[in-house]
Design a protein around this ligand. Structure first.
Ligand code: GTP
Length: 441
């Protein structure tokens, strides 16, 4: 008969075998993330973010791409249960030389008071399929929806509304005479679309056959609704026969715009989207949302280069804030930073927390001189205010790095690296300042 020790040994070996053969990545750690058991698949999946082969601590490994995991585990109040489920973590975006972002599915469970189990899967393909499906579903729904549920209009080559069906009035409240001859941007709330963007949308529709754009839209009375717009170029044979010279270089000069009010559906999906794209601490975009939006902007830039800047921001001496006032106060400062940043930028800018105390903003259609002014306005606002936590006044400052997109830049990773170099320069010259990337910086 085996002793209790033998039984434990057997159990342990069975667990090891299970770990080894499991079709998902499994990592067992203690509460602070020190790895106790790890299967080969995990090691393989985590490879892109493991520095110098060091897999000692799971939270250290994830620190650059999902810094929130550590505090999520630390603040989990129960002795057992799910800490996070199906979190999608963008792995390789932003890592120099990696053009193909890998996305991991990550779930973390507390399985005993002193033990965590992480389940890791490769979601890259699933997400690509989901995105494709989203487009197909939107197109399909636009086609099959009852005539009353969508507004249909035609646009000229500049995006000015030429004709419409009466459903526009039902969906948006605008009358024909109010919209004919106006840009379709009339349906966008102020600050959410620029003239450049209108023209880019049309060019994208030409290049890809269509473009889908979901977001806030405006009714004539100023009321907002969540709309889904699909723009497709119209291949108009009659016009081609009538006047060949009238066609633009892409061969299309009219577009159909289908605008649907999907507020109800959006509200249902909103909570889900928030968990995927929002940073849990500050509520602004998370790293994943930033990289997705930035990839789209860069794709646009490659087709139609327009000034595009990136700003990276790092709170100064933040360790000192944590050490002096505690981690909770530190969190409050980060929330303050995010909110000031959001308030000093436009709606069209992508404002995200991309690391622990690192933030980034993508500034489309912005010259570097203007990006500098925006950065300085933000920096001075931070400097001039204070955060109150439990009756204690905390002041802090930020350092900022800026870079601008150029043809010689290979991708987002390089653009970000340049901004980071400028940020490093700002730290080196004494912090609380903004520096623009220069070849020599
Ligand atoms: N409160 C809080 N602190 C965090 C979070 N993420 C990272 N940090 C802390 O941020 C600090 C970053 O410190 P460092 O990178 O050493 O730099 P620093 O003290 O900000 O100094 P400089 O960047 O050189 O000005 C570390 O102490 C981290 O623990 C978070 O979510 N909440």
């Amino acid at each position: 008969m085996g002793t209790a020790i033998d039984e434990l040994q057997e159990e342990h070996e069975a667990l090891l075998q299970f770990l080894y053969a499991a079709p998902v990545g499994l990592v067992q750690t203690n509460l602070i993330g020190d790895v106790q058991l790890i299967n080969p698949l995990s090691a393989q999946l985590l490879m892109p973010i493991v520095t110098a082969g060091d897999l000692t601590n799971l939270f250290d490994v994830f620190n650059s791409v999902a810094p929130e995991l550590r505090s999520m585990a630390a603040t989990f109040p129960h002795t057992k249960g799910s800490i996070c489920e199906g979190l999608r973590i963008q792995l390789t975006a932003g890592i120099l030389g990696r053009q193909d972002p890998k996305i991991l599915g990550f779930s973390l469970m507390k399985i005993a008071p002193d033990r965590l189990m992480a389940v890791i899967t490769d979601m890259t393909k699933v997400i690509a399929q989901e995105r494709q499906l989203k487009h197909s579903v939107a197109m399909f729904e636009a086609i099959v929806t009852g005539v009353t549920d969508y507004a249909l209009m035609t646009l000229d080559r500049e995006g000015l509304i030429e004709s419409w069906n009466t459903s526009i009035e039902r969906v948006t409240g605008f009358l024909a005479e109010e919209v004919i001859g106006k840009s379709f941007s009339i349906f966008y709330p102020a600050g959410t679309i620029s003239a450049d963007r209108v023209s880019d949308y049309l060019k994208e529709a030409d290049a890809d056959g269509w473009i889908l754009d979901d977001g806030w839209r405006l009714k004539s009375g100023g009321e907002k609704f969540w709309g889904s717009s699909i723009i497709t170029p119209l291949q108009d044979e009659i016009d081609e026969v009538a006047n060949k010279n009238f066609r633009n270089e892409n061969g299309n000069h009219h577009y159909a715009l289908i605008l649907r009010d999907i507020t109800d559906k959006h509200m249902e999906a909103d909570e889900y989207l928030r968990t995927i794209f929002s940073d849990h601490l500050t509520g602004i975009s998370n790293r994943r949302a930033f990289f997705e939006a930035a990839a789209l902007e860069l794709k646009r830039w490659r087709r139609h280069p327009r000034p595009l800047c990136v700003m990276t921001i790092d709170a100064d001496h933040f360790k000192r804030v944590n050490d002096t006032y505690g981690h909770t106060a530190g969190d409050e400062v980060l929330r303050n930073l995010a909110s000031v940043l959001k308030n000093t930028t436009r709606d069209i800018d992508v404002v995200a927390r991309i690391g622990g105390e690192e933030f980034a903003v993508l500034l489309p259609s912005t010259e570097i001189q203007n990006a500098y002014l925006i950065a300085e306005r933000f920096r001075k606002t931070v400097e001039a205010q204070s955060v109150w936590v439990s009756g204690i006044e905390i002041t802090y400052s930020v350092s900022i790095g800026l870079s601008t997109m150029e043809h010689s830049i290979t991708g987002l990773d390089e653009l970000l690296q340049r901004a980071d170099k400028a940020l490093y320069h700002a730290k080196n010259v004494g912090r609380n300042c903004t520096k623009v990337y220069e070849e020599t910086s």
